[in-house]
Design a binder for this molecule. Structure first.
Ligand SMILES: [Zn+2]
Length: 245
């Protein structure tokens, strides 16, 4: 069996589900919105795939790059732009965990601020999909300052509607700053959302941590989230909420 597994993995057309270990044809997985059809595990996806799932076809227009951002901006772990979802206009910020663990450095902070300002100026709602390991620690205090900077930008938005859809995993300074400050907090099933990771908490408190304590399901039960939304229902749910504004 393990030989078959190795061959399947090397082949590149097959993917192993990290939750149930089922080997799935990549094409099938893509057709199923990157959800395992055996255990319902929601795979981490790229910003491009996310746009394809929730936006009206061809409606996504990237936020114009600021000259001061230079080339660096294109490589950042967030894709920002304007789009329509079921005919309703909104601004979108989609983070990609595969890019340096979705960490927030100066360039990312600047992009989030510009996105929030664009939303405020146009009066169109903002939808952010965070996926992050937290602040980019290599940038030291400048990385940490992005928490303050994005929170101020969020504060300036005042009455402009803001929705967060937490995806797996969101942690550290991103959870603890702009991501958790939305008017409506949604999450994908089983998404891990927290500040410090479970191992750090366990070793600090020196006690066992209950299973799934940072899962979206636990957070919903404890009042941190408003709703958990299956990826298949995400577009309809966002359309429902955007209708309010
Ligand atoms: Zn699975």
């Amino acid at each position: 069996m393990s030989e078959i597994l190795d061959i399947a993995k090397k082949d590149g057309r097959w993917v192993e589900c990290p939750s149930c270990s089922e080997i799935i044809l990549k094409k099938k997985l893509e057709e199923n919105l990157w959800i395992c059809n055996h255990c319902d595990h929601h795979f981490r996806i790229s910003a491009k795939d996310r746009v394809g799932i929730i936006c009206d076809e061809g409606s996504f227009v990237p936020l114009e790059a600021d000259e001061s951002e230079g080339m660096e901006a294109d490589e950042e772990a967030i894709s920002c732009g304007k789009a329509s979802i079921d005919g309703r206009g909104c601004w979108l910020g989609i983070m990609d965990f595969s890019h340096k663990g979705g960490t927030m450095g100066v360039a990312l902070g600047r992009k989030v601020v510009r996105l929030m300002d664009a939303s405020r100026e146009s009066g169109l709602p903002l939808v952010i999909f965070p996926a992050s390991g937290g602040v980019r620690i290599q940038e030291g205090i400048w990385g940490l300052l992005q928490m303050l900077r994005t929170v101020h930008a969020r504060d300036r938005m005042k009455g402009t509607p803001f929705i967060t859809v937490f995806t797996d995993p969101t942690s550290g300074g991103v959870t603890a700053s702009f991501a958790a400050l939305a008017d409506i907090l949604l999450a994908e099933p089983k998404a891990r959302i927290g500040f410090a990771g479970p191992r750090v908490i366990q070793s600090t408190l020196n006690c066992a941590i209950p299973q799934g304590f940072q899962d979206a399901e636990t957070l919903l039960k404890n009042g941190f989230l408003d709703r958990i939304v299956h990826r298949r229902d995400l577009r309809d749910t966002l359309s429902f909420f955007l209708k309010w504004f």
